[in-house]
Design a protein around this ligand. Structure first.
Ligand code: TXA
Ligand code: MG
Length: 346
């Protein structure tokens, strides 16, 4: 494995490697992706093997020019209303953390889509990712660059630690900004109502402002939802640290007594501070390392950006358990709770 920078010469080298069928891990605005040329079936097969990912879990194809949307997706198979919604979303939210599920063209290999008649397409908002895609074949299939079921990588080191020598190149672009994966929105359904299959970096609110109501089956009953598998890859246990994790409502979290050996991940200082004061009053002040907050500013965006980074860090502390507080159910809160819920479902 060779570590590359985001300098132009390095990106060119990585693009040549992709064209030659090699695997390149690269930064996006959400998490690092494990990239392969979307039209090269041998390279795609290696992506599944390297991640230990089941073949029924399809890949997102990354593009960096809108004309590729038309080359990969058959928009004529949609009714005019949905076609209009796709155009609005692509125009307003791309490049960005939004993946669209659309009827696929026959040229998209079945391996990329797990044999489904649809393809997942995303235009990432990251300069290095965009250059890499443009300089290669224009369509790069990339799952998150972690081992199947493990924490997603928000730094090049996370990729190196999990995949190491199994990949050919890692482009180090520093820490990712958004911090959770893209929102997966299915526009291929016959019902005509787009459905969020995975909450992510674009909020439901932002999508509904643009195209009107969307279905959000995964969150029907609060953070958990009914655990039916909507996106094939949305298995219940996922994004898991090695340390066992429990997810608590703010009320339960506030009432937990500090247990030595456990570590506590609060959403914001608003819940952490009274909790800390209470533990101190009881003469059981926890060590500073064992109490963290996702968002010092109480913003779901900031919390999402810190989520995987903090979980990676906390996972190194050899604690007996991580106790995490649910995020509020607005903006990126559902995406955060989705990841924490799956991390807790090991
Ligand atoms: O932000 C992201 O989306 C990152 C970066 C690298 O772009 N990628 C990512 O890929 O999270 P991955 O493979 O970890 O997750 C892709 C998700 C899976 O839940 C998969 O089941 C779903 O997208 N998906 C892919 N193709 C699909 C399809 N045709 N129909 C339904 N779901 C699909
Ligand atoms: Mg993933």
């Amino acid at each position: 494995m060779q570590l590359l920078s985001t300098a132009e010469a390095d990106i060119r080298r990585a693009a040549e490697a992709l064209k030659a069928g090699l695997l390149v891990a690269f930064p996006t605005e959400t998490v690092y992706g494990l990239g392969a040329d979307a039209f090269n079936t041998a390279a795609l097969a290696r992506v599944f093997a390297v991640k230990g990912r089941p073949h029924f879990d399809p890949l997102i194809i990354h593009i960096a020019a809108l004309e590729f949307l038309d080359r990969l997706a058959d928009l004529s198979a949609l009714n005019p209303e949905l076609r209009e919604k796709v155009a609005l979303l692509a125009d307003q939210l791309w490049p960005g953390p939004l993946t669209l599920i659309l009827p696929k063209r026959p040229s998209v290999p079945d391996l990329a889509t797990s044999g489904l008649p649809t393809a997942a397409i995303r235009f990432p908002n990251h300069p290095a990712a965009q250059s890499l895609i443009r300089l290669s074949t224009g369509a790069v299939a990339a799952p998150s660059a972690n081992l199947f079921g493990r924490l997603s990588p928000t730094r090049a080191e996370h990729v190196r630690d999990q995949l190491g020598e199994k990949v050919d190149f890692i482009i180090d672009g520093g820490r990712t900004v958004v911090g959770v994966e893209s929102t997966v929105l299915d526009l291929s359904g016959g019902s005509g109502i787009p459905r969020i299959l995975r909450p992510g970096g674009v909020s439901r609110e932002a999508i509904e402002t643009l195209i009107g109501e969307v279905a959000f089956p995964g969150l029907a009953g609060g953070h958990t939802g009914d655990q039916t598998v909507e996106a094939p890859g949305q298995l219940k246990s996922h994004y898991a640290p090695r340390t066992p994790l429990s997810l608590h409502s703010p009320e339960i979290m506030a009432a937990l007594p500090y247990t030595p050996g456990e570590i506590y991940l609060f959403f914001s200082p608003a819940t952490r501070d009274p909790w800390l004061a209470e533990q101190t009053r009881r003469g059981a002040a926890p060590p500073p390392d064992s109490v963290r907050v996702l968002s010092p500013c109480s913003s779901t965006q900031e919390a999402a950006s810190n989520l995987f980074d903090l979980l990676h860090e906390m996972d190194r502390l050899n604690a007996s358990r991580i106790r995490a507080e649910e995020a509020p159910l607005v903006e990126l809160g559902p995406a955060i709770n989705d990841r924490l819920f799956r991390a807790a479902s090991k």
